[in-house]
Design a protein around this ligand. Structure first.
Ligand code: IPD
Ligand code: CA
Ligand code: CA
Length: 267
């Protein structure tokens, strides 16, 4: 069984098409180890090319819908109630370093609510898909969040702020608390895949601060449709505006939320 609807077909087809060039570019990164001027120029052209393909394919299929694109910003459509929210390459740092863990993320918002999502990991050929009320799938397999009840059995994924990003001190306090309470923490380098992996039950929870709507739009619905919960770090629903996300199953939501909230945001 899998998820098939005209909307999901449009989204998966666009993701597959954009992924073809990304995979080719990734091969070049591995080959060249970019001896030419800088990896970042090369990668930003890979991002841009993927975004252009996604934009063209989705506009062709649903002409009036608006866009929120990581690279291109907000593009208003004639249909004010629909908006695609797109990260053409999530996991750029991995991509640059030849680490095969990155994805394309496409979310569809209808009247301010995410109603469909696709996260495609080309290297493993895993197409994560979800539609509101219809469940979440990876390829032909239904997704379900993990059933782990105890923090000390749980593997938690996160994103670590780096140079140029805020919240270093606050994150270290959160990290200290979570590492002392769980079976392990992973920093895999793609927020979209972190959310997809929570939906798949591969990781039991994920949290991060200060991420963007395109990092999380598809992933939020993926986790919810897989039976999980997503909130901001205050336990509210302002993930897209605050940039703060906690995603997990219902057993760990309380304990992990309390642990993170127990850490002061400022020293
Ligand atoms: C980044 C990845 C990373 C997360 C960062 C994001 P990008 O997105 O999702 O895992 O920790 O916060 O900015 O730059 O690779 O698209
Ligand atoms: Ca991203
Ligand atoms: Ca990106």
């Amino acid at each position: 069984m899998t998820l098939r609807s005209p909307l999901i077909n449009v989204m998966t087809a666009a993701a597959r098409k954009a992924a073809r060039n990304l995979v080719r570019d990734f091969g070049e990164v591995e080959q060249l180890q970019i001896s030419v001027k800088g990896t970042s120029d090369f990668v930003s052209s890979a991002d841009l090319r993927a975004e252009k393909t996604l934009h063209a394919e989705l506009r062709k299929a649903r002409p009036g819908f608006g866009f929120l694109l990581e690279e291109g910003g907000e593009l208003k459509g004639t249909d004010a109630s629909h908006r695609w929210i797109i990260d053409p390459l999530d996991g750029t740092t991995n991509f640059i370093h030849g680490i095969p863990h990155f994805a394309i993320s496409i979310g569809l918002e209808r009247d301010g609510e995410i109603v469909a999502g696709v996260i495609y990991q080309p290297v493993t050929d895993e197409m994560f898909m979800c539609e509101k009320g219809a469940g979440a799938y990876v390829n032909d397999r239904r997704l379900r969040v993990s059933a782990r009840r105890r923090l000390d059995d749980s593997v938690v994924t996160t994103g670590i702020p780096h140079k140029g990003r805020a919240h270093h001190e606050a994150f270290l306090r959160q990290l200290g608390a979570v590492m002392g309470a769980t079976a392990g923490i992973r920093r895999m380098g793609s927020a979209a895949l972190d959310l997809a992996y929570v939906a798949a039950g591969r990781c039991d929870a994920y949290w991060e601060m200060d991420i963007k709507p395109w990092d999380m739009a598809a992933g939020i619905l993926m986790v919810r449709e897989a039976g999980g919960y997503v909130s901001d770090l205050d336990g509210g629903r302002e993930m897209m505006t605050t940039g703060d996300v906690l995603a997990t199953n219902d057993h760990l939501l309380g304990p992990l939320g309390n642990l993170l909230r127990g850490q002061p945001a400022t020293a």
